[in-house]
Write a protein that binds this ligand. Structure first.
Ligand code: AMP
Length: 606
């Protein structure tokens, strides 16, 4: 049975059948939590509520404290339109919808208006709604879909409000419209749980780890209530429950990074896209979650398909970065494109406009084995064994580095290849997957090495790479060079496959055929081997986002840095063939070096 509580929040409730606990008890806790100031007071008041909650209802009450009725990742969307909630309120309070709307406007808050209207209509109504009934009805409201669902939602909510006390109505209305905003963080709830069901707040780290590997407060609470801390320690990573992402620290000097990581590390390319965690469950389903626990499989059906084809284990949790990626040209595209893809509605159109690839970097679980406690090299080996790579499904490029110079080179190569920099990862025996932590086992290197270039350059075609997949039979990308007048040599600066229409792509081989050569023409200086070389002849106008230093390209080699040339990132053909220019009229390597130096001197963001 549930008893009344005073403003101090004294709750009288007996442990017993969960079904008997009144929602009023939760509403009173909400009210007190809104009033208290200071984290300790929050923990105390929450602990009171949790202590009064029967074990069978603990998970539900924990969700309610988060302003939820299910774990966040379940995506149960209450989010009722305020208009609909106002109509339900009007029905329950026996007023017209117009009057109810006016009360909301006046109070400036739906919850408060609801409380006032019910205080007028049903001041003496005793608390009768059990928590279990409220939550069950809220689930029905969330689940109602399709034809007539608005009417059903309205009916269900009006039914609840018709039995609610004024205080209950205040919080029910806020909860269903997604406006509960209690301001209690998960760590605070974990503190309260530790205080009530474990040895005190010192035990929070055990609960925290469990939460970090399942993102389900209810699951942690239920395990704790049923089997104490030992049962919580037993919780394991499980497909279907997202794991909170491991994050990276940041340093700008390779030497510092190596010192932190014990002199050696794995240098992985840092791709610029959207991190996803893929869960493959025993039923064969694959679900993708973002770092913020949103389900995004419907936005990336092509990624799901690639995983269905290439992910070996029957059950797995894998992490990677979804990047706008043209597999045919082997080109990475900027972050903005993948975000554009996420915003688009017509998914098949979006898939064609912005092809993506998944660059995998972690395997947390495979066929019954929780890999999070294994050191990184073993996880990486398991990842490589679990994934059959394909054009859309790749592993992140990774090399081992033991000197600052090697790290520097890897960084430049990563940037040249269209990445943001590196994530340097500890390869030591203690390099576990730290769920939810920004620790020193991963360190990102994203130096402001890059400079912006908003101008176009006229570059000379000196080679081409054969297209694959969709671009089979045409060129996937062209190798482009700037002119070095002092040496009368064309030095490479980028590879570009973007900005060409299908018709232009189809016409290029014939257009370039007279210039094609089997071996590198004498005036071309390059460190790559394209599939076909061209005598410098055709000039294209290219727009690029920025210039970077690179060990792959030869423009201005050694002028800005030993053993590095200049590269253009994210080059795009503007559509203009500069037939009016001879190759010797192309942009010079000296001009590019000047642009790079100028951009370097500009303060960031200018
Ligand atoms: P930041 O968001 O700048 O803190 O960088 C960390 C993010 O980089 C991660 O959350 C991933 O989304 C992304 N990332 C890209 N490539 C990798 C990689 N190889 N390993 C880990 N994270 C990566």
């Amino acid at each position: 049975m549930a008893g009344a509580s005073g403003a101090t929040g004294h709750v009288m409730i007996e442990r017993g059948e969960g079904a008997a606990v009144k929602y009023e008890v939760v509403a009173e806790a909400y009210r007190d939590l809104e009033r208290v100031s200071g984290r300790l007071a929050l923990i105390e008041r929450l602990a009171q509520l949790l202590a009064a909650t029967p074990d069978g209802l603990l998970a539900t009450v924990c969700y309610l404290c988060q302003g939820l009725i299910a774990p966040e990742f379940a995506g149960v969307d209450l989010g009722l339109a305020e208009k609909l909630a106002v109509r339900a309120l009007a029905t329950a309070a026996g007023t017209g919808a117009e009057d109810a709307a006016a009360s909301v406007r006046e109070a400036g808050d739906l919850g408060q208006a609801g409380e006032q209207l019910l205080a007028a209509a049903a001041a003496d109504r005793p608390a009768s709604l059990p928590v279990a009934v409220v939550v069950d009805t809220l689930h029905q409201i969330a689940a109602a879909a399709g034809q007539g669902s608005q009417g059903r939602k309205l009916g269900l909510l009006a039914g609840l409000l018709g039995q609610a006390t004024p205080l209950e109505a205040r919080y029910l209305l806020r909860l269903v419209t997604g406006n509960l905003r209690l301001g209690i963080g998960t760590p605070t709830i974990l503190d309260s749980l530790a205080q009530v069901h474990a040895g005190g707040r010192a035990d929070r780290p055990v609960l925290e780890r469990a939460y970090n590997i399942c993102c389900d407060l209810g699951k942690v609470a239920a395990a704790l209530a049923a089997g104490g801390l030992a049962a919580v320690e037993e919780l394991r990573v499980q497909p279907g429950n997202p794991v909170r992402a491991m994050l990276a620290q940041r340093l700008s000097e390779p030497a510092e990074i190596l010192a932190k990581l014990g002199g050696r590390c794995a240098a992985e390319y840092k791709y610029d896209g959207v991190r996803v965690q893929a869960h493959k469950t025993a039923d064969g389903q694959i679900e993708l979650y973002t770092r913020r626990l949103e389900r995004v499989s419907s936005q990336f059906p092509d990624v799901v398909e690639a995983l269905a084809a290439g992910l070996g284990p029957a059950e797995a949790i894998l992490e990677g970065e979804v990047v706008a990626y043209d597999a045919a040209a082997g080109e990475l595209h900027p972050f903005g494109e993948v975000m554009f893809r996420r915003r688009k509605h017509g998914i098949s159109e979006a898939m064609a406009d912005v092809p993506v690839g998944l660059f995998c970097f972690e395997l947390l679980y495979a066929d019954g084995a929780d890999l999070t406690r294994l050191p990184y090299p073993r996880r990486r080996a398991a990842l490589a064994a679990a994934v059959t790579v394909s054009p859309q499904l790749r592993l992140t490029t990774a090399t081992e580095a033991g000197t600052p110079a090697a790290l520097e080179t890897a960084f430049e190569q990563a940037v040249t290849d269209g990445c943001e920099g590196l994530v340097c990862k500890s390869v030591g025996p203690a390099a576990v997957y730290q769920a939810g932590a920004r620790g020193w086992l991963w360190i990102k290197l994203k130096r402001d090495y890059r400079t912006e270039l908003s101008d176009t350059a006229d570059l000379v075609v000196v080679g081409a790479f054969a297209g694959r997949g969709r671009r089979r039979g045409v060129y996937g990308a062209l190798l482009l060079a700037a002119y070095d007048p002092a040496a009368d040599v064309f030095r490479t600066v980028t590879k570009c496959g973007t900005g060409f229409s299908d018709a232009e792509l189809a016409a290029l081989p014939a257009r370039l055929a007279p210039l094609a050569r089997a071996v590198r023409p004498a005036r071309v200086d390059a460190r790559q081997q394209p599939d076909v070389w061209f005598e410098p002849g055709l000039v294209l106008e290219i727009l690029s986002a920025e210039l970077t230093l690179s060990p792959t390209y030869t423009a201005a080699w050694g002028q800005l840095k030993d053993d590095a040339g200049l590269a253009m990132r994210f080059p795009r053909f503007t559509g203009r063939y500069r037939d009016d220019k001879a190759p010797e009229d192309a942009t010079t390597t000296g001009e590019l070096a000047g642009l790079y130096r100028t951009a370097q001197r500009k303060p960031a963001g200018s």
